[in-house]
Design a protein around this ligand. Structure first.
Ligand SMILES: [Zn+2]
Length: 307
């Protein structure tokens, strides 16, 4: 089984870049350096205007294109650059393509279910009318909508980034077939849980993994899920801007737990990098190494094999 990892240098084609963009290049380098035949870097198709318009207000998209009005164009908290919209459209297209390929594997009885990924970041805080918290376009919701259009009946957005996915929660409200399970360690972008968007903010590192296990175990009829979109932020890690006591070993256990849960229920996972930052004790390569825990956990095969 080959795990397709969608990536393009266009994800980071902006001047004066920042972790949210630059780490895609670093993770891609690590993947290339592995020479692992189970991993294939694939060039995605960029997200279309229609896909972006399905999730965001036109005035906001115009601001991302032109830089005006400036307060709207810089609402992601990173700044505005010529080419920003093109870069985030490429990155959004990566997760959309990952979602569609993973979903197609589940639908085809002749192939094994397979996981995919995209080296995209900066998605889950973006709202209908503006960006937020380093997030510009909500690629999770773009990808979920594409999966529904391709025939998925039930898409789970699993958000284990350190911060809450309030942007996603806003955008999926009333969107039949999409639900979110969100376990955070920081209350930024907090929202009140609903039936289709469940949030837990963990208060202590010692209960982090147990809480994730409990929440995964509480998912209603997981065998009915067609696709998991996994926002696999590494920022819960104590040295990647997260919570004291959350170690690399715990993050590795988290990734094993998530992909094992999916395998048990024969659900394909399309993951995306999400948070994880330098400046808290880790270099960019060390942050990228943390994200490799997700990439490698995605490679373990499903039980169902090709007939
Ligand atoms: Zn985060």
């Amino acid at each position: 089984m080959t795990v397709s990892i969608f990536y393009s240098p266009s994800f980071n084609d902006i001047p004066d870049s920042f972790d949210t963009f630059t780490k895609a290049d670093e993770v891609a380098k690590l993947i290339q350096g592995l020479n692992n035949s189970s991993l294939a870097l694939c060039e995605p198709r960029t997200a279309t205007s229609a896909e972006l318009q399905g999730v965001h207000d036109q005035d906001y998209l115009d601001a991302l294109l032109t830089g005006l009005p400036l307060d709207l164009a810089i609402s992601n908290g990173i700044g505005w650059y010529e080419g920003l919209l093109a870069a985030v459209s490429a990155s959004t297209g990566g997760l959309r393509d990952a979602a569609l390929e993973a979903l197609a594997s589940k639908a085809d009885p002749d192939v094994a279910t397979c996981n995919t990924g995209s080296l995209s970041s900066g998605l889950h805080h973006a709202r209908y009318e503006h960006g937020s918290g380093y997030c510009t376009i909500n690629g999770l919701v773009v990808a979920a909508r594409a999966a529904l259009a391709a025939g998925a009946k039930r898409v789970l957005i699993l958000d284990l980034d350190a911060h809450c996915g309030g942007g996603t929660a806003e955008l999926i409200e009333g969107l039949d077939g999409v639900e979110q399970l969100d376990i955070s360690v920081n209350s930024f972008d907090f929202y009140t849980s609903r039936e289709d968007a469940h949030l837990t903010v963990v208060g202590n590192s010692s209960s982090y993994l147990d809480t994730i296990a409990e929440q995964l175990g509480a998912i209603h009829q997981p065998e009915g899920i067609d696709l998991i979109l996994y926002n696999a932020g590494m920022d819960p890690h104590e040295h990647a801007s997260g919570m004291s006591g959350i170690t690399t070993d715990m993050m590795s256990q988290r990734e094993s737990m998530v992909f094992e849960f999916a395998r048990q229920h024969d659900i394909p996972v399309a993951f995306t990098l999400a948070g994880g930052y330098t400046g808290h004790g880790l270099t960019l390569e060390e942050v990228a190494q943390l994200h490799m825990l997700t990439v490698l956990a995605a490679c373990a095969p499903f039980a169902r094999v090709s007939s």
